[in-house]
Design a protein around this ligand. Structure first.
Ligand code: PAF
Length: 282
């Protein structure tokens, strides 16, 4: 596996490939787990070469404490990637990704997507995601890039951005991977204690409850109220939002729209750790 830390070494690597060889990019912030494994497996299957990027992107953290505590496990990650057969890993230092002055940082805005759910609760987060993903796509120039459905709104942002900037890449979304308890895999789970991990299963339990209520014809506003109530029974969970959104544009829905695919999305703190999850229903 090639270890790449700057732009020119990535370009050397990609330019040396045989003609028509396709590249898949799996962007990550490290602390790799089985969820990432599914992204990597999909890329390895679809493409001739897979590049994984590992970069804890400071501009997408609106909370400095969250950035400092984000797990960093490079040694484990490199072994993990080697074992799975990844062809190259790009793990740039900050000076490579952000060589300019901080005050001159480009800001991106995604309209309505910036004002709801993650956009509303993490100001500036999507600007940072958009910026770093654009940089990674420009450095690697892959034919395909892989993202997990757990970050559903991030996926919508990335699709919008790629379309607006005419970036020639296919965005592939990969389903959420869950533990047997239902807890969605996330690098942040490493920060949960044993007890907190058990409490965190409530996120998926409540999403399943919401799905069941939806299928029984209960109104969205009632489902939202009932779901938030369910969380209030657990002392160690603080819900930030629980919403039903229309998948195509992330409009928050109070009433069911027959033709629309909807998703229930939740963000909650379990102890000090902020978790998100979602379920798509139609
Ligand atoms: O989903 C993530 O891990 C990050 O937001 C991403 C896409 C790698 C950008 O830093």
């Amino acid at each position: 596996m090639k270890l790449l830390q700057d732009v020119s070494s990535v370009r050397n690597f990609t330019q040396k490939r045989a003609s028509k060889q396709k590249i898949g990019l799996v962007p990550t912030m490290g602390a790799l787990h089985q969820g990432h494994q599914e992204l990597l497996k999909a890329s390895l299957q679809d493409n001739d070469l897979t590049i994984c990027s590992i970069y804890v992107n400071p501009t997408q953290f609106n909370n400095p404490d969250d950035l400092n505590k984000y797990p960093r496990t490079l040694e484990h990650d490199l072994k993990f990637l080697e074992k799975i057969g990844c062809n190259a890993v790009f793990y740039p230092p900050n000076q490579v990704m952000y060589p300019g002055e901080e005050q001159q940082l480009l800001q991106l805005s995604f309209g309505h997507l910036d004002n709801v759910l993650e956009g509303q609760h993490r100001p500036g987060h999507f600007s940072g995601v958009g910026l770093v993903v654009t940089k990674l796509l420009n450095v690697v120039q892959p034919e395909r890039a892989y993202f997990g459905q757990k970050d559903l709104q991030q996926l919508a942002i990335i699709r919008q951005m790629v379309q607006e900037f005419f970036i020639p890449v296919e965005i592939i979304s990969v389903p959420i991977v869950r533990e047997s308890s239902g807890l969605a895999l996330s690098s942040r789970n490493q920060r949960l204690s044993f007890e907190e991990k058990q409490v965190a299963t409530q996120l998926y339990q409540t999403l399943l409850f919401a799905q069941q209520q939806y299928e029984s014809g209960v109104s969205l506003s009632t489902i939202k109220e009932q779901s938030i109530n369910q969380f209030s029974r657990h002392a160690n969970i603080r819900v930030e939002y629980f919403e039903a959104v229309r998948m195509r544009d992330f409009q928050i829905l109070e009433e069911k729209m027959e033709a629309d695919v909807i998703a229930f999305c939740v963000a909650a703190y379990v102890g000090e750790v902020r978790l998100i999850d979602n379920i798509i229903v139609s």
